[in-house]
Design a protein around this ligand. Sequence first.
Ligand SMILES: *Cc1c(COP(=O)(O)O)cnc(C)c1O
Length: 431
Amino acid sequence: MLGRMDYLSTRGHTPPTPLHAALNAGLAPDGGLYVPQRLPAFAAPAGLDRDLPSVAQALLAPFFEGSTLQAALPEIARDALAIPIRRQPLPSGVEVLELFHGPTAAFKDFAARFLAACMARLRTAEAAALTTVLVATSGDTGAAVAAAFHRRPGFRVVVLYPHGRVSPRQAHHLGAFGDNVKAVAVDGNFDDCQALVKAAFADPELRAICPLASANSISLGRLLPQISYYAWLALERRHAGLPAPELVIPSGNLGNGLAAILAREMGLPIAGITLATNANPTLAEFFAGADYRGRPSIATLANAMDVGAPSNFERLAHLLPAQALRARLRCVAVDDAAIRARIVAVEQDLQYTVCPHTACAFEVAERLQLDPARTVLVATAHPAKFPEVVEPLIGRAVPVPEALAPWLQRPSSALAMAANADALRQVLRTD
Ligand SMILES: *Cc1c(COP(=O)(O)O)cnc(C)c1O
């Protein structure tokens, strides 16, 4: 044992902080992102059970060392990560890592449930007021966070989404939870929603009467659990005598991609990592040699990856210098026309249906002519979440997975809200 693990800020002006404090804070006080002070090497102990919660427990133990959450890690991993995860071989020889068998049918369930399990255990018994988990969503985050905190004592969730700019099915899902989840349809775009959330967190008066917690993609509580499914995959493939995977990962804010990079840096057998983005060019330009330049996002068919300034880039840049990053990772951008064509081709050639995000990974593997026997494409959401895009292309309805169906049959309601801070303050003050 190497002793307590502290977390440092990417900006270098925050003292070493234990995990529980970093989780509660979200963002570091200097405005940076928390990163572990060292990256522990991982060697699977002999006799390790190969299910995801067991792998997560062993892998994440050093990250919890010295935290008040340390003793609870086994329980957190079992509660949060008992989500089916599937390696799906396709006729072409490639394997798909299906991360969409959780309660909201997107990979964000792993992270959101783990974060909720940590936060529930951090909530002190004497805390009187409800903690409000405030999130802005353009895609799958809102539903995953809502599902993870739904009916959890001591918490409520307020989800802001841009009215008319998430798919009708996504909007229905967000409004169907009820109980301690409030869906708010904001008269504005996603950037407005995000700005409102930021302003609320920066408002001490509001926070005094309404304790806020963050669940956005920069939270350590979301990043850490995502490392564990890549470890699981790498160990499973090694156990099966298969080559170390060449991963292709649909990417937006870079949380999922960063987790894979951390898994490899920790010593897990991962041969290569390629990020697949949509037409938002920030990452592809950087990996092609340009300086990093964040910018406003553009709307694409893969809307959960509509990111112009990936929030986890700061962690990546902190981990390795630019040249080293370019040497170890690749990134290819895929436009909407190619997404459409790839959804059709995968359906016809492989009898497999992909969501627009997963389609980017398939397209990139094709363009790079990756060896199918080594390639693992990461499937980030179930195609039934995006029927407006997928169904006209494949010419049939996509069956809705069992986890999703009950929500879509429930009534749904959202609060309409103007895109201004006063309106949000009003919403947060009422229960
Ligand atoms: C969030 C999301 C992504 C992007 O993941 P990042 O961690 O932000 O890179 C990709 N696909 C789907 C379906 C998502 O919901």
